[in-house]
Design a protein around this ligand. Structure first.
Ligand code: SF4
Ligand code: SF4
Length: 383
């Protein structure tokens, strides 16, 4: 397994990190994890040299940390690094942050976190962190040995990122970076700000919530013509892993095939050549031209008070946008009807509640109106 080491991190970290936010489900549509399959996936990754596992308080509605504790505690503690995060949006006091942190240690069955992050810093969440002095609370945890390395994950503009890295000392930072968001979400500028300060970078969403693993026919053709044997996901991981200063590339794996494919990419890691980077830029343009909505299925916008299953509606729509044949409308109508009647786009009342939660700044109610207009009349699925 390809590894990266930084003096400030103090140990070798696998270039492939395992994100524990999209684990296989015991029952589709519910957060419960399929432990049997999940364990097999983690075992394979760990045996193959993956030593960075990333969970968080909200993943799988709180069940991901429990899963991490149950599965990883079977291995020697020094053999893996566990990352978790403080959910700033859930705080109403510093005492609540203490409670959550202690509960996280219990859930994960550990005495310390190897990596700990302020979760999803945005202007709003950073204000909460400042109001309750969360940085210093966590810095004290680090002095006590309960946190080995302190960082943050980030979902906002480069200006805020520059302020945050100037205001505190950080061991690492986690940003969303892939060959679409390099320009679209100003990931390039964010990466440069971290590189300038020599802050090791953990990359999230290298495959953009799975979207870059499927792509659309035009983008797919570009990649397959260049290397028929390489999966689209392998291109995306190589893009992220080739950047200097990257500590690990997180992949939220959902089945064994993804684990095997990602391990194959990172075991025989080949940095991208300049020509391959140009090719990915072409594939990215072809993908964006299909008109997809940039949803990463993070589920931060859920639950919608009107019952709309926001990420699934977008997934169905995006699938439709990437089909390039005359069956597309019929396929869309069929897939759309697999959503429960209460989950469909027409239930959106435009209350705007979800807007503040979307790290991708998607105008969700506006997109729901567009999709509702395109959708077949609401009716239950006929089986
Ligand atoms: S704007 Fe629509 S999708 Fe968003 S929370 Fe309100 S009802 Fe739900
Ligand atoms: S709409 Fe935004 S917040 Fe909701 S799942 Fe998609 S990316 Fe996440």
């Amino acid at each position: 397994m390809e590894t990266r080491s930084f003096t400030s991190i103090g140990r070798e970290i696998s270039l492939l990190g395992f994100g524990l936010m999209r684990l296989p489900l015991a029952d589709p549509g519910k957060p419960e994890i399929d432990y049997s399959l999940g364990e097999k996936m983690i075992d394979l990754a760990w045996r193959s040299g993956v030593n960075y596992f990333d969970t968080a308080w909200p993943y799988h509605d709180g069940l991901s940390e429990l899963f991490a504790g149950a599965v990883l505690s079977r291995y020697p503690r020094e053999s893996y690094c566990l990352a978790s995060k403080m959910p700033l949006w859930a705080l109403d006091s510093a005492e609540r942050a203490e409670e959550i942190f202690n509960r996280q240690l219990e859930k994960c069955r550990v005495d310390y976190f190897d990596f700990y992050l302020l979760h999803s810093l945005t202007e709003e969440h950073y204000k909460i962190a400042l109001d309750f002095d969360i940085y210093n609370l966590l810095a004290r945890k680090k002095q006590q040995g309960l946190i080995k390395r302190l960082g943050f994950s980030f979902h906002d503009n480069p200006g805020l990122l520059a302020r945050i890295v100037s205001a505190h000392s950080w061991d690492f930072a986690q940003i969303q970076l892939n060959y679409i968001d390099w320009q679209a979400l100003e990931a390039k500028r964010q990466y440069e700000i971290l590189a300038q300060r020599q802050i090791p970078v953990v990359i999230m969403e290298p495959v953009r919530g799975g979207a870059l693993a499927t792509l659309n026919p035009q983008a797919l053709n570009i990649l397959q013509n260049a290397d028929p044997g390489a999966s689209p996901a392998s291109w995306a991981l190589r893009y992220a892993g080739s950047l200097p200063g990257v500590l690990t590339v997180l992949s939220g794996m959902s089945d064994l095939e993804q684990v095997k494919d990602n391990i194959a990419t990172m075991e025989q890691f080949k940095p991208l050549s300049n020509g391959e980077r140009d090719l990915l830029a072409q594939a990215g343009s072809a993908y964006l031209a299909s008109g997809v909505i940039p949803c990463t299925n993070c589920r931060y916008c859920m639950d919608c008070p009107s019952g709309v299953n926001i990420p699934r509606v977008f997934a169905v729509y995006n699938h439709y946008r990437t089909i390039d044949n005359s069956f597309a409308p019929a396929i869309f109508a069929n897939n759309y009807r697999t959503l429960g009647p209460s989950e469909q786009a027409h239930n959106c009342t435009g209350c705007d509640r979800c807007l503040e939660y979307c790290p991708q700044s998607i105008n969700i109610p506006e997109q729901m109106r567009t999709i509702a207009a395109l959708s077949p009349a609401p009716q239950p699925l006929e089986l």
